[in-house]
Design a binder for this molecule. Structure first.
Ligand SMILES: N[C@@H](CCC(=O)N[C@@H](CS)C(=O)NCC(=O)O)C(=O)O
Length: 217
């Protein structure tokens, strides 16, 4: 089996593969980075991922970036964990469609709340950027709410890595104090996610890592 190393930022979108690794019960080396301190831009890290972002999975030392690619790699490497549908081409493609939308449609719209000046650095523009990000995020959350309607998980009865992605956005929305009161299916989904042992383990590791990174110089 390949040696796996996961670089993650506590609370960041790297929680998606972090939960997936726990769900698959796979041994891996966790490498937390303090994103607020800019550790993702250190020369050592940029040599592994020139984009300076998490997640990064090292597979026997070879870097694999991008949540969607890491999800597909983990799902195919550990089929027993059923992280994504496998076998039926249409079901596989539908899952990748939803996963890609999480990465390119949802993440990119809620992300500007964390750094509005990265999108527009005109004076006094931050509130406008956040207003637009909020409108798009509300539309995206309404779509997630619909996706979860009448279902146990994002794809139906079977949990998938897409559920981890939905959970990350929910946590961000709560951290950002975005009003989520309109999304009852999504709230129930998040509550069920929080009870999953894989999620508890990943969150415990991220909380511990966060405290250690804060303490370190
Ligand atoms: N498209 C990438 C996005 C990765 C991404 O934006 N990661 C954020 C954390 S959620 C990051 O590393 N930010 C640090 C920075 O931009 O300096 C993926 O899906 O893996």
């Amino acid at each position: 089996m390949a040696k796996l190393t996961l670089y993650f930022g506590p609370g960041a979108c790297s929680l998606v593969p972090h939960i997936a690794l726990e769900e698959a019960g796979v041994a891996f080396e966790p490498k937390p980075l303090a994103l607020r301190k800019g550790q993702q831009r250190s020369p050592e890290y940029l040599a592994l991922n020139p984009e300076g972002k998490v997640p990064l999975l090292l597979v026997d030392g070879r870097p694999l970036t991008e949540n969607v690619a890491i999800a597909v790699y983990l799902a195919k490497s550990f089929p027993a964990a059923k992280l994504l549908p496998m076998g039926d081409p249409e079901a596989e493609a539908q899952a990748i469609s939803l996963l890609s939308w999480c990465a390119s449609g949802v993440h990119t719209r809620i992300g500007p709340f964390f750094g509005p000046q990265r999108l527009c650095d005109l004076p006094d523009s931050a509130d406008n950027v956040k207003k637009l990000a909020g409108e798009d995020t509300a539309k995206n959350f309404a779509l997630i709410e619909k996706q979860l309607s009448g279902k146990q998980w994002a794809l139906g009865d079977q949990w998938s890595i897409i559920d981890a992605y939905f959970f990350v956005f929910w946590r961000w929305a709560n951290f950002l104090k975005i009003d989520v009161s309109a999304y009852s299916n999504y709230a129930k989904h998040a509550a069920k996610m929080a009870e999953r042992p894989s999620v508890k383990r990943a969150l415990a590791r991220e909380t511990e890592a966060s405290a250690a990174l804060e303490k370190a110089a």
